[in-house]
Design a protein around this ligand. Structure first.
Ligand SMILES: *[C@@H]1O[C@H](CO)[C@@H](O)[C@H](O)[C@H]1NC(C)=O
Ligand SMILES: *[C@@H]1O[C@H](CO)[C@@H](O)[C@H](O)[C@H]1NC(C)=O
Ligand SMILES: *[C@@H]1O[C@H](CO)[C@@H](O)[C@H](O)[C@H]1NC(C)=O
Ligand SMILES: *[C@@H]1O[C@H](CO)[C@@H](O)[C@H](O)[C@H]1NC(C)=O
Length: 204
C-alpha cells in the first residue's frame, strides 16, 4: 500500500520534472533555449566588428544558425533586400525631382543600385561556393565587392549635389538602412581570419 503510493508519487514527480523541462527548453518558435542562446551568441560575435551593431543584430535576429558564414550571408541578403526596397520606392521621390539635375540623378541612381546589388551578389556567390584556396584572395574579393557596393550607393547621393530640390534628402533617407547594412557586411569580413584561426568554424 505504502509502496504503491510512493510509486505513484514518483511517477507524478517524474512527469512534472519532464513537463517543466520541456516547458523551459522549448521556446514558442520550436527552437530550444540552448539553440536560441547559441544563435544569439553567434550573432553578437559576427556583429562585434560592425559600426552599426544595433542594425546588425536586428538584421540577423531571425536567423536560425550559429554558422558565421551563413550569418554573413544573411546580413548581405538583408542589405540586398533594403536596396531593392529603395529601387521600388524611388518612384515616391519622382515628384520631388522637379529640376533637371535631380531627374538625371534619380535615373542614375536606379542604374547604380543595380550595380550595388550585383556586387553584393558576387560576394554571396563566393561565400556560397567552395574551392577558393587562398584566404588573402578570398578576403580581398569580398572587400572589393562590398566596398564597390557602398561606393555605388554613395555615388547615387553625390548626383544630387547642387540640385535645388529636396529629392536628394529623400534619397538619403531611403538609402540609410542599406548603407548601414552594407557597411556592416564589409566590417564582418575583417573577422573571418580570426574565425578560421581560432575555431576552424569558417571554411573557404
Ligand atoms: C532551426 O534549425 C534547426 C537545425 O538546423 C532545425 O531543426 C529547426 O527546425 C530550425 N528552427 C526554425 C524555427 O527554423
Ligand atoms: C520590389 O518590386 C518587385 C517587383 O514588383 C518585387 O518582386 C519585389 O519583391 C520588391 N522587393 C522589395 C524588397 O520590396
Ligand atoms: C557642386 O558645386 C560645387 C561648387 O560649385 C562644385 O565644386 C561641385 O563639383 C558641384 N557638384 C556637382 C555634382 O556638380
Ligand atoms: C542613418 O541614420 C542614422 C540616424 O539619423 C544615423 O545615425 C546614421 O549615421 C545614418 N547612416 C548612414 C549610413 O548615413
Amino acid at each position: 500500500m505504502g509502496k504503491a503510493i510512493i510509486g505513484a508519487c514518483a511517477v507524478i514527480l517524474v512527469a512534472m520534472v519532464v513537463a517543466v523541462a520541456v516547458g523551459v527548453t522549448r521556446s514558442r518558435s520550436g527552437r530550444s533555449e540552448g539553440e536560441l542562446e547559441a544563435s544569439k551568441k553567434a550573432v553578437k560575435t559576427i556583429c562585434q566588428p560592425t559600426h552599426y551593431k544595433e542594425e546588425c543584430e536586428k538584421s540577423l535576429a531571425g536567423s536560425n544558425t550559429t554558422d558565421p558564414k551563413e550569418l554573413i550571408k544573411a546580413g548581405l541578403q538583408a542589405a540586398i533586400h533594403e536596396i531593392e526596397k529603395v529601387v521600388n520606392n524611388s518612384d515616391t521621390i519622382q515628384d520631388a525631382a522637379k529640376d533637371q539635375r535631380s531627374r538625371y540623378a534619380l535615373d542614375d541612381c536606379k542604374e547604380l543600385m543595380g550595380y550595388s546589388i550585383n556586387d553584393l551578389k558576387k560576394s554571396l556567390n563566393q561565400l556560397s561556393s567552395s574551392g577558393v584556396s587562398r584566404l588573402d584572395v578570398y578576403i580581398e574579393n569580398l572587400r572589393i565587392w562590398m566596398g564597390g557596393s557602398i561606393t555605388f550607393q554613395q555615388t547615387c547621393l553625390y548626383g544630387f549635389e547642387n540640385a535645388s530640390t529636396e529629392a536628394g534628402e529623400k534619397m538619403r533617407k531611403l538609402l540609410n538602412t542599406s548603407q548601414m547594412l552594407t557597411s556592416n557586411g564589409l566590417n564582418m569580413v575583417s573577422i573571418i581570419p580570426e574565425l578560421i584561426r581560432d575555431s576552424q568554424r569558417f571554411h573557404l
